[in-house]
Structure formats: structure tokens, C-alpha cells
Design a protein around this ligand. Structure first.
Ligand code: NAD
Length: 510
């Protein structure tokens, strides 16, 4: 296994920043941090390979100043011009898929195949929103007083976007593209563990014509740099993608400042398989649902609900498939999944497997909770004989571990699916179209698939129900999320009457 790809990573990074310096991207340059040292770890070995300093107050203040200035410049351009620049950014991102993918694969421990796909999706996000830049506008409202009353959709101003480590580049594009499309500036705070692809991304979109300051990237910790940015008065809205625990803190801090937030949190999504489904396809779908990106996916189908009549047969099919999955070097084109990203997450995954076994679950395939000799490796794992009340069925594992839960009837399946704090996604596999519709409409989830899993697209809205968060981060819904609506009233009467209070005569002002 090739586990020493650091030179390759440095070369990819130097293609964007010739000095290969790591810091925050502010005003078109890398600004070194002033806080504690942060190590970047190679998940394949568990060894540190680079370090940089947490951004800190001065860098946050500089990013805020730059964002205010950049936002004014950006919002002053015509909508069509912003669209043209978004399109140019999409093109430049397309031309840089390979170095972006290399950077992402090595620092996030993700298979290079997935990273190329994700980099391409990011280019497509810019191309998609480019077309929307001049197509989101207000309405004229037929108010009874005869005044001219209309709405404008205006930018929110400077947004703070905080992202996790599991898909750093994809999440960065997913959230930044709609936000800047609507004339906002973004201060992005990627995970301290994976800042490199976000830094490269920022330099590229600026090269494509996005003015300086429209996107700044703060490299640093959440509890220091992230909190400082959140408290900065320049920030008018927060978009957070990450764990429910941190999401709660962010929402509380935002509420204290009286600013709104969008939360994209975790999940424990139910993937429901009925006895009449095409079981071969459903078994492949069940593997794709949970094992992609080593299960480190918010929409992972981590609860596999299987009708009792096919439970043993179907769980064996999924377990046999899991045994064939190629776990290994992220740089190899044939690798299906890489390691768990970091030590804390690795420990959590192993702890959860052991918890499941203590609760009475059995390993049908994969890991029994014992650590690897080196690196953060976990084989795709299927736990059977799981009950939905078990901790392993309720807590997000965020690793390649699926729990298989039997059910008897349609009603039973829906009740189990909804017996969760989360509501991010879900799926049903059945040949009965009526049942598919009934289940899709009754399961609490922001995204639901029928006879498929884990396809998302920038054009379709994405977000959570319940503890999985609120707000929508893609499609037209995201563009609305990133604007605020202003109501404008214009006096049109020849002899206007200025009403005092709610005088009935206002309706007759003409
Ligand atoms: P995390 O909550 O630990 O960290 C996410 C981000 O928040 C990081 O950038 C971190 O530095 C920052 N942060 C931490 N504490 C902070 C604080 N006090 N103030 C400000 N910022 C702070 O999450 P993680 O471990 O990086 O990611 C895994 C989680 O993300 C999982 O729960 C997963 O389901 C979720 N996730 C959700 C989605 C989605 O779209 N719903 C997508 C990907 C990941």
C-alpha cells in the first residue's frame, strides 16, 4: 500500500500557492496564523505530515474587513456580470480537477476516484448557479391602496460558512456557489483538519474574476477562529455543516447575536427493503448507501430496515458484498474506500461497534471493534440482530457500519424509520409503486429515494428535518436562503394622503 504520498500533496498544493505556505486566504494572499500549531495527519498512517498555525483574532478581523469590501464590489456588479464570472469559475475549476482531486484525496484520505468526481461536481455547481444569477427577483404586489408595492431580493451581506472534514471541497462548492451567486461574500472556516482544498478553491475562483474578499478562507480551529468569526459584526448569517453537538453551539451563539443560521447536521437514515424488491439491486444499493466514503457521509443509509421474511437472506447478500469491497490506498484508482479520516472519529467508530456487540448485535461481516495496527482502517461492517432502541441504531456512527433491523409490515417500517432524532434522508426498495409513494410521504426526511440511494444534485433542494438541521443549501431554495426580501412602497397618488396609524381612509387614498 502506498502510504507516503506527501510529496505528491505538496506538489499539488504548490500548483496553487508556489510558496506552499499554509494559512488563511485573505485579500488574495495567504496570511499566516498566530495561534496554536495544528497538525495535518495522514489518515492512512496516523502520522502528522504538515502543520500550520490557527488563524486567530487578527486574521479573522482582516478577513471580515476584506469581506465587507469585497461584498460591496461584488454586489455592485450587474447580475449578468456576476453570472458570467460564476461561469468562468466553473470552467477554471473543470480545468483543475486533477490537482484539486490530488489535494483532497491525500489530505482527506478519500479515494482519488471519488475526489475527481467531487471536484467535477463543484465545477458543475458554479455552472448551474451561473445561470441563476440574473433570474432571482422580487414581485409586484397588487395592494388595495393602489400604491406601487414590490419586493427586492437582496444579498444578506457577509456570510460565515463552517464546514466539516468528510467532503471538504464538495461542501465548500455546495455552500459557497449559491451564496456568492446572490451577491454575498463568504468567510469560509473549513475543518482545521482539511483546509487545503478550500484554500486552493478560493485562489481559483478569484483567478476566474470573483473580486478579492468575496471568499476568504480561515484556516483554524472552530472553538477559537470559528467562534471569533461568528462573533464578528460583519457576519450577518451563519451556515454550518457538521455535527449536531457543534450545530447546537453555533445556533446558540447566532441566536445571542440575533443573526439567522442554516444548519446541515448529521443523520441516521433508514434504508427500507421490502420482500418484493429487486433484491440484487437493493443489496448493491444498501452497500453504496453506507460504505461510500467509508461511511463518512451525512446521508449514509446507516439503518438497514429489512422485511423479516427476507431478513437472513438479504443481510447475507449485503454482508457478502461488503466482503468484496476494496479498502486501501486512496491514491489507487481501484480503491473503493479509504481509511477513517481522523483519530477521534476512528475511536468513535470502534467504540460504537463494541457498544453494538455489548447490546447484543452480531457481526455478519467486518470489524469487531478492534483497532488496526497502524492508520485508521475499518473494514465495511454489517451488524445483524439489531433492535432500533439500541444505541448503535440511534447514534450516528459516521463510519462504514450498517445496522440491519428486521420489520414486519409497512406500518412497522415507517414507525421504525421515524423512531430517530434525525431526519436527513432515507430510501425504500419495493416493486409496489403505491407503497413506494406511501412510504416516501410518511418518512420524516429532507431527501428520500425510491429504488435508489445517495444521488443528490445541486439543482434539487437539500437539507434536514428534525435534528438533522434546518434551511436548504441547494437548488432555488438555497438562492432564497441567501437573499433577504425587502418590501418597497411607492406613493403614486396625485394628491397623496399620509395616513396616521391604520386609518381606514388609506385604502381610499386615491
Ligand atoms: P464538527 O461539528 O466537529 O466540526 C464541523 C466544523 O465546525 C469544523 O470546521 C470545526 O472546526 C467547526 N467547529 C467546531 N467547534 C466549533 C465552535 N465551537 N464554533 C465554531 N465552529 C466550530 O463536525 P465534523 O466532525 O467535522 O463532521 C462530522 C459531522 O458533520 C457529522 O455529524 C456529519 O453527519 C456532519 N455532516 C453533515 C452534512 C450535511 O450536509 N447534513 C454534511 C457533511 C457532514
Amino acid at each position: 500500500m502506498n502510504i507516503n504520498p506527501i510529496e505528491q500533496l505538496l506538489a499539488a498544493y504548490a500548483a496553487f500557492f508556489p510558496g506552499a505556505q499554509i494559512g488563511s486566504y485573505v485579500d488574495g494572499a495567504i496570511l499566516p496564523g498566530e495561534g496554536a500549531d495544528i497538525a495535518l495527519i495522514n489518515p492512512a498512517t496516523g502520522q502528522a505530515f504538515l502543520s500550520y498555525q490557527d488563524a486567530g483574532e487578527r486574521v479573522v478581523a482582516a478577513a471580515a474587513r476584506s469581506a465587507l469590501e469585497g461584498q460591496r464590489t461584488w454586489a455592485a456588479l450587474s447580475h449578468a456580470e456576476r453570472g458570467r464570472i460564476m461561469h468562468a469559475a466553473g470552467r477554471l475549476l473543470r480545468e483543475n480537477i486533477e490537482p484539486l482531486a490530488q489535494l483532497e484525496s491525500i489530505s482527506a484520505g478519500k479515494p482519488i476516484r471519488d475526489c475527481r468526481g467531487e471536484a467535477l461536481r463543484v465545477a458543475e455547481m458554479f455552472e448551474y448557479y451561473a445561470g441563476w444569477a440574473d433570474k432571482v427577483y422580487g414581485n409586484v404586489i397588487p395592494v388595495p391602496s393602489g400604491h406601487l408595492s414590490f419586493t427586492r431580493r437582496e444579498p444578506c451581506g457577509v456570510l460565515l460558512e463552517i464546514t466539516p472534514w468528510n467532503a471538504p471541497l464538495f461542501t465548500c462548492g455546495w455552500n459557497v456557489a449559491p451564496a456568492i451567486c446572490m451577491g454575498n461574500a463568504v468567510i469560509l472556516k473549513p475543518s482545521e483538519l482539511t483546509p487545503l482544498s478550500s484554500l486552493a478553491f478560493a485562489s481559483l475562483i478569484e483567478k476566474a474574476g470573483v473580486p478579492r474578499g468575496v471568499l476568504s478562507v480561515l484556516a483554524g480551529y472552530g472553538h477559537t477562529t470559528g467562534q471569533q468569526a461568528l462573533m464578528n459584526r460583519a457576519v450577518k448569517k451563519v451556515v454550518f455543516v457538521g455535527s449536531p453537538a457543534t450545530g447546537g453551539k453555533i445556533a446558540a451563539a447566532a441566536a445571542q447575536r440575533g443573526i439567522p443560521c442554516v444548519l446541515e447536521l448529521g443523520g441516521k437514515s433508514a434504508n427500507i427493503v421490502f420482500e418484493d424488491a429487486n433484491l440484487e439491486r437493493a443489496a448493491i444499493g444498501a452497500q453504496a448507501a453506507i460504505f461510500g466514503n467509508a461511511g463518512q457521509s451525512c446521508v449514509a443509509g446507516s439503518r438497514l430496515l429489512v422485511q423479516r421474511s427476507i431478513y437472513d437472506r438479504f443481510v447475507k447478500m449485503v454482508a457478502d458484498g461488503a466482503a468484496q469491497i476494496k479498502v486501501g490506498d486512496p491514491a489507487s484508482a481501484t480503491t473503493d474506500i479509504g481509511p477513517i479520516h481522523n483519530a477521534r472519529q476512528y475511536q468513535h467508530v470502534l467504540d460504537m461497534i463494541r457498544t453494538g456487540l455489548q447490546e447484543g448485535a452480531e457481526v455478519a461481516e467486518g470489524c469487531d471493534g478492534q483497532p488496526a495496527e497502524s492508520g485508521y482502517w475499518v473494514r465495511p461492517t454489517v451488524l445483524k440482530n439489531v433492535h432500533n432502541k439500541m444505541d448503535v441504531a440511534q447514534t450516528e456512527i459516521f463510519g462504514p457500519v450498517v445496522v440491519a433491523i428486521p420489520f414486519d409490515t409497512e406500518e412497522d417500517a415507517i414507525a421504525i424509520a421515524n423512531d430517530s432524532d434525525f431526519g436527513l434522508a432515507g430510501a425504500v426498495w419495493t416493486a409496489d409503486i403505491g407503497r413506494a409513494y406511501r412510504v416516501a410521504s410518511k418518512v420524516n426526511a429532507g431527501t428520500f429515494w425510491v429504488n435508489m440511494y445517495k444521488v443528490i444534485n445541486v439543482a434539487a433542494p437539500f437539507g434536514g428535518y428534525d435534528a438533522s438541521g434546518y434551511g436548504r443549501s441547494s437548488g432555488i431554495e438555497a438562492l432564497h436562503e441567501y437573499t433577504q426580501v425587502k418590501s418597497v412602497w411607492v406613493e403614486t397618488a396625485e394628491k397623496p394622503v399620509q395616513a396616521f396609524g391604520y386609518a381606514p381612509s388609506l385604502d381610499m387614498a386615491k
